[in-house]
Design a protein around this ligand. Sequence first.
Ligand SMILES: [Zn+2]
Ligand SMILES: [Zn+2]
Length: 152
Amino acid sequence: MVISLDQQQIQQVEEICANRGVRLTPQRRMVFQLICASKKASTAYELLEDLKKTEPQAKPPTVYRALDFLLEQGFIHRVESTNSFISCCIGNAHKHFSHLLICDVCGNVTEVQDDHLVSLLSKNAEQHGIHIANHVIESHGVCQTCCAKTKD
Ligand SMILES: [Zn+2]
Ligand SMILES: [Zn+2]
């Protein structure tokens, strides 16, 4: 298995964990690396299958616990509409809401952070008396690469 590591991203996450006094265990690190290695959003099942290649004893709870940790720390996002996971493109690990652009052909996910959009949604909700705790902002379509392919 070849994992193209984004060393800088891993290093940044290690530093944040050290600063927060939380432990990036080898399994959590491995799951994060697997998510980073894929431009496509990964499902828990896919992550487990990949993890088993290096850790044959890995079980579903291993992956779910690692995902919970990574979500909690803000290193990854859950793509709700496809129940899969992507690494956060910002990497600053502060809790934020982003707009996810999902290609339905190749599964690539692009994260867009637009504070105007988020505050507009929150404002609209407040006007109806709803105090927002979470936003799921996901758009589906076909990416440029896949568009170009179908034109050939
Ligand atoms: Zn993010
Ligand atoms: Zn695509």
